[in-house]
Every structure is written in C-alpha cells, then in structure tokens.
Ligand binder design. Structure first.
Ligand SMILES: C[S@@+](CC[C@H](N)C(=O)[O-])C[C@H]1O[C@@H](n2cnc3c(N)ncnc32)[C@H](O)[C@@H]1O
Length: 288
C-alpha cells in the first residue's frame, strides 16, 4: 500500500474535480460552489454499528443542508443507511433523517429503496430477525429528477415471452379485459435492490475499510441519476467505492473522508482500478 501522504497527494487537488479530499466533510463542502454537484452517493456512519478508524460524530442534519446547497436543481442525493438495534428497538436513525432533511433542509424524498444484502451474518440471533437490508434514501432537489435513466437497471421478466392476458382492476372496483400481449424480456426494476455484500468482491484493498457498500450499488445509482461528464460527490467516501465507479463510467468525482488512512485506500484504489479493465461485479439481479 502507498504511504498515506503519497496516495492522498496523488488524488487531491483542492479546487479540481477528480480528487479525494481529506477532512471533515462539513467544512470541505463549504469550498464547493452552489448547485455544482449533479449526484451525491454516500453512506454515513450510523448508530456506532462499525468500529471505524476513530470515533466520528457527524451532524447529519447540518450535512443535509450543506449537501442541498451544492446540489443542482433536479439533482439526487442517495443515502445508504440503516438502523441499529438496542434493547430490541430500532434506533429510527433512517426515518428521523428522512423527515429532518425534507422538513428542514429542503429535500423531497423521491424514493426509499431497500438494499437487500445477500451474505449478511447474524443467523445466530435467537430473539430477533437477521437484518439483511439497509435503506437507500433517494432525496431530490426541486420538482423532478433532471437525470433518470432506468434502462441500465432493468431486470429479466420472470414470464418473458408468455402471453399476458386476463383483467385489470379499475379504480371504480370493476374489471377491464386486457388485450393479450407478449411479456417483454426485461422489465423495470422495483424498489428492492439486491446485491451481494462487498465481502464477495474479492477486493483486498477495499476490504481494509470496515463498512463498504458494493461497487454495483454505487454504479447503478450513477448510471440511473447522472450522465457522462457529470460531477458525482461522496462526502464520506471511505474506500472510494463511489469515486471508482464514477470514474469508470466517465463521470467527474469528488471524494471526501475524515480519515487519512481511508483517503489513502481510496487514492490507491483509484490508481489501481482505473488502470485495470472493468472488474467482474457480483451483483444479484435487482428485485421487482
Ligand atoms: C460507511 S463508511 C463509507 C464507506 C464507503 N461507502 C465505501 O464503500 O468505502 C463512512 C465513512 O465516513 C467517514 N466519516 C465519518 N465522519 C466524517 C466526516 N465528518 N467527514 C468526512 N468523512 C467522515 C468515515 O471515516 C468512514 O470512512
């Protein structure tokens, strides 16, 4: 692994895009222009679920306002987050954040998707369920998403090629006969997105960070909500997953992290993975 100073230096140019910036994102965000970011994709530390390289207390409420300022009209901010459990009760961190950002920061909730995690541990819990999901909160600035292309996220139709017939229910309660038509091979993804955890990606460098999300999750969000050349931000980039996937897909990127060690991992991943052909990604198809 490159030294911290080396890797951060390679990938940090204070004003330019395509860099990793080390520091508290609440301060670093102040250096970005108003309405300069097309898409933000990130996952904050929540409910002390993981032991990070330091004890970071983040003001998520303030973060919501700062991200709102730098986001373009029609831009999306995707937050991958879950709830801790204490004394058999959920923390409600996810739901509090959603309500707070919409009421106080100006965001509107475009969708709340479920990130269904395959390969999640916890089967030994005897008095509660094994938690195998997190949420993907999709916040929207403005009236409608400026970029939205769900084509790359289509999933195979279970009944492809069969003839769809029968009846549709009307709002009046009655029925309408459907004109028979063949079922398309692919269909629109639903709100449950399914991925294998990062452990299956066989990326030793990435796994030096304790809490990463899958490359494909970041890539799907980037392909759906941004165009080539757009600026993608991850204010808590950890091992640099969002930045790597943004760069691989022809987007500009800015990554920020408070930890010099994680910035070094992100810098090293960018150097290594961008000079390599695309990884074969291990995502199960999305639900829907
Ligand atoms: C869940 S991890 C992100 C992992 C990332 N999505 C990935 O795939 O590698 C959260 C990150 O937030 C960083 N962090 C915590 N507080 C921060 C702050 N105030 N400013 C910037 N980064 C912060 C931590 O160092 C940690 O790397």
């Amino acid at each position: 692994m490159a030294s911290v100073a080396e890797a951060v230096k390679i990938h940090s140019e204070p004003k330019a895009a395509n860099g990793i910036r080390q520091g508290d994102c609440l301060s670093l965000l102040q250096s970005l222009d108003d309405e300069s970011v097309d898409l933000t994709v990130f996952s904050p530390p929540y409910d002390s679920i993981r032991d990070y390289n330091g004890e970071w207390a983040v003001d998520l409420s303030l973060l919501g306002s700062r991200l709102f300022r730098v986001t373009k009209q029609g831009g999306i901010c995707a937050v991958v987050i879950g709830d801790g459990t204490k004394d058999f009760a959920k923390s409600l961190t996810t739901f509090s954040l959603a309500v707070d950002w919409c009421r106080e920061a100006g965001w509107r909730l475009f969708e709340c998707c479920i990130y269904r995690r395959d390969g999640n541990p916890g089967a030994w819990w005897s008095r509660r369920f094994r938690v195998d999901h997190e949420y993907i909160l999709l916040f929207l600035k403005g009236k409608k998403p400026e970029k939205f292309d769900k084509t790359p996220l289509m999933v195979p139709s279970k009944h492809a090629g069969k003839i769809y017939t029968g009846t549709d229910r009307l709002t009046s309660g009655g029925f309408k006969r459907i004109k028979p038509k063949p079922v398309n091979a692919m269909k629109c993804r639903g709100t449950i997105w399914r991925y294998a955890t990062s452990n299956t990606e066989s990326n030793k460098l990435k796994l030096q960070h304790p809490a990463t999300f899958p490359d494909k999750l970041a890539e799907d969000l980037i392909l759906c909500f941004s165009d080539a050349g757009d600026l993608v931000l991850d204010p808590m980039c950890g091992s640099g997953t969002t930045c790597v996937m943004a760069a691989k897909n022809g987007r500009e990127y800015i990554g920020m992290d408070i930890s010099p060690e994680y910035c070094a991992i992100a810098g090293e991943r960018l150097a290594k993975e961008l000079s390599q052909p695309a990884l074969s990604l291990s995502a199960a198809p999305g639900g829907g």
